[in-house]
Unconditional design. Sequence first.
Length: 184
Amino acid sequence: MKNFERVEELVDWLAASGVDTTEWDKGTSKSVANLWDEYVKGELIFQISPPLRIVEVVQVTIERNGLLLLEMEQEFVNGQRRSRELPPSEKIKPGENCVEAAYRCLCEELGLSRDQISIIEPDNSTKDSVVESLSYPGLNTRYTIHDVYAYVKGLPDQDFWRENLATKDGDPIKRHLWAWRKQP
C-alpha cells in the first residue's frame, strides 16, 4: 500500500503511474483535492502497482412494494449531471462496520433519522469490482461492497431530490435524485 504525507506526493505518484489528471475537476469528475480529502479521511487506500484506489462501500437495499430505491442521478454544483442507478451507497470510514455505515448513509443521503431506519442483519458476503473511476478518470478503483438490507419510514412514493449535506465540506455533488424502480 502507498502512503502520502502531502497532496504533492499524491500528484507526483499519479503522474509517475501514468494517471492523467488534466481532465479531473471538469464536467462530472472530481478534483485531486477531492481525492486527497478522501485519503486523509481514511475512506480509501492506494495500491502501488498497478496504481489502484481501494474503497470499501456499504450498499443498502431498500424495497417497497416490489420496487427498489435507487439513486438515479447526481447533480454537481457546476450544473452537470451523472447517471447512477445504484442503491444508497456510502464509503465505510475507519473504525466503522457496515451497519454503522448504513445508518450514516441513510441519514446523510436521505435525510432520515435513526428511528425511521430498521437495519436487517447484513449479508456477510462481499463482492469486489474493479472499474475505472467515474469520479477520477484514468484511475482504476477496486470497490469491496458490503450488502445491507433495511426498512425505512418517511420516504416519498414519487421520485424525489435530496440536497447533499456534504457540499459545504467541499463535495462537488449538489443533490441526488432518488426513485423507486423495478428490480433489474
